[in-house]
Design a protein around this ligand. Structure first.
Ligand code: URA
Length: 260
């Protein structure tokens, strides 16, 4: 059993290394933040919830945070955030509005993968894994994003068909999408393009302006129980599924578009 932590010296202490030190070294945050992860019972050692003060042998003990072995990608972190409305998807904001970066651990520094509008809520991926971020954000990979839009009025079947077939926007026709009415004035729209304010513009164009917009899925990533403003690390399975989704299509060598 191994967590694959690199550079650790398991012999440096006969009882192993302090867990928070090991977590900090693989990039999960400062030791203080890692102590919080342990206190929040999010860390398991060999399948059991770890307690503060626990020592581990990084070469032999399996250490997991939120179900993901820490050694999968040493130093790389992948967070799923439920962005609330009124938070900007940038690292800093000249107008002093809250940013998504302030909602996740400060260390290691991460960046958002794509963007959600100020008023858009829902799932946003943040990572320091530039390669994966590039591939996820690149439209050629076809990682689809699902949105729940509360709209003005009641879209007809013909309108839903137009949304599915493509809408002529000022930057060209949209690619085929999935569009379904899932409640009164509630449209579920799934797209994989990365255009600026695309969902709002598509629904504007068919005469049903968006009242509220929530991103509910990014490729294989969804989490209905993640509260607004909360984040969690991706599990190992989620990371694998995301990598499989981006590997399934496209080359990803060109520049990614803004993911809106
Ligand atoms: N489409 C939009 O119009 N806004 C977003 O924030 C995301 C997708």
């Amino acid at each position: 059993m191994t967590d694959g932590v690199e550079g650790a010296d398991p012999d440096s202490h006969p009882d192993g290394e302090r867990l928070q030190k090991v977590l900090a070294r693989v990039g999960l945050g400062s030791r203080r933040i890692c102590e919080d992860l342990i206190a929040e019972e999010r860390v398991r050692v060999n399948g059991e919830i770890a307690e503060l003060g626990r020592r581990v042998h990084p070469g032999t003990d399996l250490v997991e945070v939120d179900g993901a072995p820490i050694g999968i990608r040493p130093g790389l972190v992948h967070y799923l955030l439920n962005k609330p409305s009124g938070v900007v998807t940038t690292a800093s904001d000249p107008q002093g509005r809250p940013t998504v970066i302030e909602l996740v651990p400060a260390e290691p520094r991460v960046f958002p993968v794509g963007r959600l509008d100020l008023d858009t809520e829902g799932l946003l991926l943040l990572t320091n894994d530039g390669e994966l971020a590039n591939r996820v954000a690149h439209p050629s990979h076809g990682v689809d994003k699902e949105y729940l839009a509360e709209v003005e009025g009641e879209p007809s079947r013909a309108t839903l068909r137009r949304l599915r077939e493509g809408i002529d926007l000022d930057d060209g026709r949209t690619a085929p999408a999935q569009a379904n009415l899932v409640g009164p004035g509630l449209v579920r729209l799934t797209i994989h393009e990365g255009r600026n304010r695309q969902v709002r513009r598509m629904l504007d164009a068919v005469g049903h302006p968006v009242v509220r917009l929530i991103r509910t899925r990014i490729g294989p990533l969804a989490d209905r129980r993640l509260a607004p403003g909360s984040w969690r690390a991706l599990t190992q399975d989620e990371l694998r599924a995301l990598e499989a989704a981006v590997a399934a299509s496209g080359s990803g060598t060109g520049p990614p578009k803004a993911d809106r």
